[in-house]
Design a protein around this ligand. Structure first.
Ligand code: BTN
Length: 253
């Protein structure tokens, strides 16, 4: 890790990295540090998590060999919707750069390889009135382990080692990920970020089922708006805007 810290000096994201071999969840430590106004760009990185958290109150499995990190940011409220795009693009770009594997995005922010999930992103914000107190971007990447024996995720997840047939240096990927995030965060709000994120989404134009809270909707994922929301054309022809939810592709045959 000291090598990684040196390589990242001079940047905002990753200028301060705290590494913990084993942690409950990097989100908890990051939240505590953010409440004490840790410098923007501080990264909490764990070798493994014992109670990793996913979206929609799910568990995130993070054994040794995975990347689990949280980044503390203090963006303007107008930039908040772009955090999803920045995080998922940074993950997709860095995985492609380091491994040569092709990735796709599933709305809003899963990174997939050959249809299977390799990376998940969890963003937690605290607002004070109309100001952002902090935003924490949590990123989990399945790297150097095999999903075969992890029955909870084996059917829908993959790892980079499973895809490549060999392991990769974790520090290379963490370094590339933080460098991409740093570059993208500096341009937050740029139209090019929205366009790249939109163009990488594999779900657009396809029949999908969207689950948002207790609501389940069927239709076609018609478009995504610059604020990150999904425009769903429902089977009765109405167009619904979905701000947060989960999407599954349906068989179009
Ligand atoms: C998801 O797809 O459900 C999001 C998963 C997010 C996992 C990351 S790992 C680092 C950070 N710490 C956590 O406990 N969760 C996020």
């Amino acid at each position: 890790m000291p090598q990684l810290v040196r390589n990242l000096s001079g940047r905002l994201i990753g200028r301060d990295i705290s590494y913990y071999p084993r942690l409950s969840s990097t989100m908890e430590v990051a939240r505590d540090r953010a409440r004490h106004r840790a410098p923007e760009g501080t990264v909490i990185l764990a070798g493994e998590q014992t109670t990793g958290r996913g979206r929609m109150k799910r568990t995130w499995i993070s054994p040794p060999g995975s990347i689990s990190l949280s980044v503390i940011l203090y963006p303007d409220i107008s930039r908040l919707p772009h955090m999803v795009m920045i995080a998922s693009l940074a993950a997709a770009r860095s995985v492609e750069q380091v491994t040569g594997l092709k990735t796709a995005l599933k709305w809003p922010n899963d990174v997939l390889i050959r249809g299977k999930k390799v990376c998940g992103i969890l963003i937690e914000n605290e607002l004070s009135g109309s100001a952002v107190s902090y935003a924490i971007i949590g990123i989990g990447i399945n790297v150097n382990f095999t999903v075969r024996r992890l029955t909870q995720i084996a059917s829908f997840a993959t790892t980079l080692a499973d895809e490549l047939g060999h392991e990769i240096p974790l520090t290379d990927l963490v370094g590339a990920l933080l460098a991409e995030m740093d570059q993208l965060y500096a341009q937050a709000g740029a139209d090019s970020i929205y366009r790249e994120w939109r163009d990488r989404l594999e779900t657009l134009g396809k029949p999908v089922t969207v689950t948002s809270g207790h609501t389940v909707m069927h239709g076609t994922a018609e478009a995504v708006a610059p604020d990150g929301s999904l425009l769903l054309r429902q089977e009765d022809g109405t167009l619904s805007r979905v701000i947060a939810g989960d999407i599954t592709l349906r068989d179009s045959s």
